[in-house]
Write a protein that binds this ligand. Structure first.
Ligand SMILES: Cc1ncc(COP(=O)(O)O)c(C=O)c1O
Length: 378
């Protein structure tokens, strides 16, 4: 993060929204029009589960997308990272096993580890988690939950196919093992052909299947607000509320009041419609640049949304050595081992295009490509 924020380094490392894209004018307008009561709500402590009008707005939003809001409950969290911490606090005792995809989101791995979980990685392929591998782990470990990112995976950039989603639900049915479904990038689909695939597991599952769905405002409003939410079955809701109470009593009410107005005024949908094509363009430019500057032996798949491209190293290129040389030349990315639960090298790097202007993308990817070619020529 310190390298990613250095002005002299071109960063493909962070997962941050574009600095120039934040809806600052919307926020100013909302603030200027808050009523005296809304100001009190914004400045006062609020209910642990969340500011009731925001809960209602989120429920209406989710209902419109086919989520089972009548049989589940929403709890607002301080970023979706808190949802992962709450889930850990509910389910994990020291030495318990948690299943994650390999690779997986480093923030989640760290959260589970901080509750002293043993983290077991399950392989993924182009369609999602590998079901046979998952079944093996279900048979041999006794996991407390399975954590997955079926949409716009961080770091692998993939989306689960509809078929894989159904196979996963079937494999998990009757196990009583909850699925934690992280959908932090869910609104950032670029290629409409995949609309049917990205329907979350939470919308597809039978009601008795325990799915903890985690959403976030970070990529569709601003991570500085620290706002996320969980949609969970009733039994989990009660425990989640107790856990959250001791963590922060409530999520900052000022963020919740702003998000409520952002949603109900229609600004949030307009904002999503505005940023989607901008990120799509950035993705396209990044793909084009990778094709232009990387050796053809470096391979990658086209992400259909989200922030990341997962690049497979050419034979003979060590990603850690590559990183050192690339930093010296003025750019930075993240090595794949960061996302491996056992921190093993996996011959991949993660490159993000979310917060890098085009001219910097071009310059930075040229540095990475030239350095790769130099290493291959040794
Ligand atoms: C997959 C995933 N989940 C959760 C988060 C955390 O998001 P939040 O800012 O809502 O805590 C991130 C942040 O980058 C992420 O990539």
């Amino acid at each position: 993060m310190s390298l990613a924020n250095r002005p002299d380094i071109i960063s493909f490392a962070g997962g941050m929204p574009g600095n120039e894209l934040f809806p600052v004018e919307d926020v100013k307008e909302i603030i200027n029009n808050l009523s005296p009561q809304q100001w009190v709500d914004a400045m006062q402590y609020g209910p642990t589960a969340g500011y009731p009008p925001l809960i209602e707005a989120i429920k209406a939003w989710l209902k419109g997308k086919g989520f089972p809001v009548e049989t589940n409950q929403v709890i607002i969290t301080t970023g979706s990272l808190q949802a992962l911490n709450i889930t850990s606090k509910i389910f994990i005792d020291p030495e318990d096993t948690v299943l994650v995809e390999n690779p997986s989101f480093i923030g989640a791995i760290s959260a589970f580890r901080s509750y002293q979980a043993k983290i077991k990685g399950v392989a993924i392929d182009a369609d999602g988690i590998v079901i046979d591998e998952l079944k093996k782990e279900l048979d041999t470990t006794n996991p407390k939950f399975l954590y997955i990112m079926p949409n716009f995976h961080n770091p692998a950039g993939l989306i689960y196919s509809s078929q894989r989603r159904e196979e996963l639900l079937t494999a998990m049915a009757n196990t009583n093992i909850p699925i934690v479904e992280d959908d932090a990038y869910g609104e950032l689909l670029f290629d409409d052909d995949y609309k049917k695939d990205i329907v979350p597991l939470k919308c597809r599952a039978q009601n008795e299947q325990q799915i903890i769905y985690c959403g976030s405002f970070s990529k569709i409003f601003g991570p500085g607000l620290r706002l996320g939410y969980m949609l969970v079955p009733n039994e989990i809701f009660r425990n989640a509320e107790i856990c959250k109470q001791s963590m922060d009593a409530c999520t900052p009410c000022i963020s919740q009041v702003l998000a409520h107005q952002f949603m109900i005024s229609g600004r949030m949908q307009r904002y999503i419609d505005h940023i989607r094509p901008i990120y799509k363009k950035r993705r396209d430019f990044m793909l084009e640049t990778l094709q232009r500057y990387l050796p053809k032996e470096a391979t990658f798949v086209r992400p259909h949304g989200g922030f990341y491209i997962w690049v497979k190293m050419p034979q003979g290129v060590d990603e850690t050595e590559l990183l050192k040389l690339v930093i010296d030349a003025g750019a930075v990315f993240v090595v794949g081992a960061t996302f491996d639960p056992d921190e093993q090298p996996n011959g991949h790097i993660r490159i993000s295009y979310c917060n890098t202007p085009d001219e910097q993308i071009e310059k930075g990817i040229k540095i990475i490509g030239d350095t790769m070619k130099r290493l291959m020529a040794r």
